[in-house]
Write a protein that binds this ligand. Structure first.
Ligand code: 13P
Length: 281
């Protein structure tokens, strides 16, 4: 089954009341592990790479690989450019064939975020790709750089933003943060419910690592249709690799690669089961 537009995938999730996992990948082993988990569960999936990680996974190398893997997959796969920061790299991702791009203007004043998003939407239209933006500010750091504090999405700001930009998908800040939470993550469902009552487009939850099953399920029933998971998968790969070294005296590079595929697979599989997208491909 093909590479699909992310909006299509999320509108179906909206109708049938589940969320689709958006899993960050950094190399070929992670791409393979993530898509294999989705195939085994007959689930749609989004794979993504963040602009802040291109230093480790150059866009011109990982991008075409993600696209080709999506095209060869048995399930619906969307390929998203996560946390786009520069028009240059967003344009490149669109040229490569990404089906969606995120423009992260969350650190800018609302009006500037609106104008920046409008420019990205204009570009994306040329490729029939959809656009995700963020209003409010998700906490933590998505690329080990500056840690930012959480600023809840204001429902009136979100309304104005959507009216002026006509953006396809909106990431919200409801107490979620990137990376490992320092304490118990505390999502504010009152904020989410009020956004969900007012906003009709699919919502995105960033900072999925560390959130409880119950909260994920509640989010998926309260307008969140895309859930981003990065750190938990990277950490799972790390654990599988360490385990591999612990249990293997002989050096075998290819088995090491398989440990990375397995580490990705297990984490993606676990999350798809929670998000309710199994058998929805
Ligand atoms: P985590 O690293 O907290 O899972 O966040 C992922 C994310 O939101 C990527 O955009």
């Amino acid at each position: 089954m093909p590479l699909v537009n992310m909006k299509e995938l999320l509108l179906k999730a909206n109708e049938e009341n589940y969320a689709v996992g958006a899993f960050n990948v950094a190399n070929m082993e992670m791409v393979r592990g993530a898509i294999k988990a989705a195939e085994d569960l007959n689930s749609p999936i989004i794979i993504q790479v963040a602009e802040g990680r291109l230093e480790y996974s150059p866009l011109d190398l990982i991008g075409p690989m993600m696209i080709e893997a999506a095209k060869a997959s048995k399930v619906d796969v969307s390929v998203n450019f996560d946390h786009g920061l520069t028009l240059k790299n967003i344009k490149r991702a669109l040229e490569i064939g990404f089906t969606s791009v995120m423009i992260d203007g969350s650190k800018l004043p609302l009006e500037e975020n609106i104008n920046l998003t409008k420019n990205v939407i204009e570009e994306a239209k040329k490729y029939n790709a959809c656009v995700e933006a963020e209003v409010g500010r998700v906490g933590g750091s998505e690329d080990d750089s500056n840690v930012v504090s959480i600023l809840y999405t204001d429902v009136n700001d979100a309304k104005k933003f959507i009216k002026e930009t006509d953006v396809d998908i909106l990431a919200v800040a409801i107490g979620n943060a990137h990376g490992v939470y320092s304490g118990e993550p505390k999502l504010n469902f009152e904020v989410l419910e009020s956004i969900n009552r007012t906003i009709e487009i699919p919502l995105v939850l960033h900072g999925g690592t560390g959130i409880t099953k119950e909260d994920f399920r509640k989010c998926a029933k309260t307008g969140i249709k895309k859930i981003n998971i990065a750190t938990a998968t990277f950490n799972s790969v790390d654990r599988y690799v360490k385990e591999f070294y612990k249990n293997n005296d002989d050096t075998n590079y290819f088995k090491l690669n398989l440990a990375q595929v397995r580490g990705t697979y297990e984490n993606v599989y676990k999350h798809i089961k929670i998000f309710g997208s199994e058998n929805k491909a």
